[in-house]
Design a protein. Structure first.
Length: 197
């Protein structure tokens, strides 16, 4: 099977449902978010990972625990979501009312927050840690958030951090990064648990 990084986005929260930017605010899972974590547990079916890393935020840690990995997970601060600064708790629509119709977290300065390139540097550190833990053929699970995981996928395949804008990622989803021979690839992306996903 070879080395794989399993990217697991936390379940739904009230803010992910409303489209509010959520990084440092510790928003709890909704009941639906907890149910998605139960479905993750069924899908993962006790899969053995060389390491399980999680964001320190409760929405990621709770998803990890419900999925059955809370007792082996290690917190990695580099899996924190992108610090959105002044856009924390606001929707893109609200930010566009202030800054204009083309505002995007991917292309505009993040006032009082974190530059996308810095998030990319954190993603690179997570990748290095995961590869070290995986050894020659192990699998590593990463429980985290939409933007950090999208940026991590971009960095995995050699794109700049802003390349994360090209990858949509639903709550409670599973994606797998791996290798085709020596080339880093996206093996599976955004596997959800709704009808037909």
């Amino acid at each position: 099977m070879g080395v794989e990084l399993w990217l697991i986005r936390h379940g739904e929260t009230e803010w992910s449902l409303s489209g509010q930017h959520t990084s440092t605010s510790d928003i709890a899972l909704t009941e639906h978010g907890r149910q998605r974590a139960v479905e993750l547990k069924e899908y993962l079916n006790g899969r053995m990972f060389a390491a399980v890393l999680t964001s320190p935020m409760s929405r990621a840690k709770e998803t990890c625990a419900i999925a059955g990995y809370g007792d082996v997970a290690q917190v990695d601060e580099n899996l924190m979501e992108w610090n959105y600064g002044e856009s924390e708790g606001k929707t893109t629509k609200q930010m566009r009312e202030k800054y204009g119709p083309t505002w995007s977290v991917w292309t505009d300065p993040i006032v009082d927050g974190e530059a996308v390139e810095h998030v990319g540097e954190r993603a690179d550190k997570v990748i290095a840690r995961a590869l070290a833990a995986a050894g020659d053929a192990g699998q590593v699970a990463l429980f985290a958030h939409a933007h950090i995981l999208r940026i991590l996928a971009a960095r995995w395949i050699g794109l700049p951090a802003t390349g994360g804008k090209l990858f949509g990622l639903g709550t409670g989803s599973v994606s797998v990064l791996g290798f085709e021979r020596e080339t880093r690839v996206i093996s599976k992306w955004n596997r959800g648990f709704e009808e037909g996903e």
